[in-house]
Write a protein that binds this ligand. Sequence first.
Ligand code: AMP
Length: 427
Amino acid sequence: MIPALRGTRDILPGEVEKWQYVERTARALCERYGYVEIRTPVLEREELFAKGTGEATDIVQKEMYAFTDKGGERITLRPEATPSLVRAYVEHNLEQSMASAKLYLMGPMFRYERPQKGRYRQFHQLDVEVFGLSDPAIDAEVIDLAWTLVETLAIPSAELVINSVGCSECRPQFQKALLAALGEDLPKLCEDCQRRATINPLRIYDCKVEADQPIIDRLPHAVDYLCEACQAHFGGVKRQLDAWEIPWRISHRLVRGLDYYTRTTFEVLGQTLGAQNALLGGGRYDRLVEHLGGPDRPGIGFAAGMERLVLALPESVAGDRVQAFVVGIGDDGRAEALRLLRELRRAGVSAQMEFETKSLRGQMKRADRLRARQTLIVGGDELARGEVTVRNMENGEQRPVKRAEVVADVRHSALGIRHSETTTGDV
Ligand code: AMP
């Protein structure tokens, strides 16, 4: 037996229904907000992420599945989607061909991380990006989409945190203030922070080391150093979130250290996930498209971890139940049952039958295990009367239905059930 790789997992029947539910919900919401799906390759050139994710990041330094292929090219499994979307946007000149470049992608990402609950080496993201728009209302729309996804999934006690990291005008002042405030405390911080202080001081805010926290809590806040334009932008985002009654709080720790990240940053935190509590994260990156060789266009987006959304779902989401289970008694009954089975399926009803067991009891047991809603029984008596016995498996009621009408009858009640179960009526 050759087991699956560490940090990868099989999504088995029983769990896969939750995935389908999350995917369905995400897809429906993205499309309702005017985002169009894009699918890009899992394999990309290593340099796309070295440039687009950042040479100095842990992702690029330690976590990429990068290798030389048989043709001698340096390639990698994608560790995130944003650089791929930027590449596709530029490569296919999507700003010309799309009414507005609002895109989403769902798929696997790969990072060589230390696996734990909610953290895997192959994981899946929903990635949402907008190119070419810079009004604060688009920031608010992207945040609204992220928040509404979490709300629609009924994930309990989720929290939206936002911040602004300014732009190339005002960030240098913030960085200077940060280094000044660190001053004598710097040698007391962990080794990683010492390194960050020289390469990328803003990343000190990401530090999770317990002993460093009191020092980091005293550091300056990015929002106090915003230039006028960045202040106005952040004010616009907050006002729009308020107007839409989306609850937010500022987290001064939400700082992205890379040059092309600008202005708005945000995360939605879940309370049930332990250490890996970020359900999704995103922000504005007004310099990234240009940085990757495209025109000077702003961008904003977020990535949600599908594993974490599934883990945070409130309770088991049951898959669609079998609508009709067909039972055949005797050779003639069985032949008729097999005919009916196919008619039902062709009429759009999910229908099953037991092929191996011939006894009525055995077949009914199977219908129970499958949690079928209705059982359609075709035996000698029914055949003689030109009827089928329809049994409601929830309350045990049985009624005879004309053979010629049974498909329409079952289809009708199946549609009725599906309709009444879509309580919110929206996904
Ligand atoms: P990032 O691309 O690092 O900003 O992450 C965005 C979201 O993806 C996070 O909020 C997580 O929900 C999810 N995520 C990131 N890394 C992993 C991982 N190794 N395993 C599972 N989910 C992840």
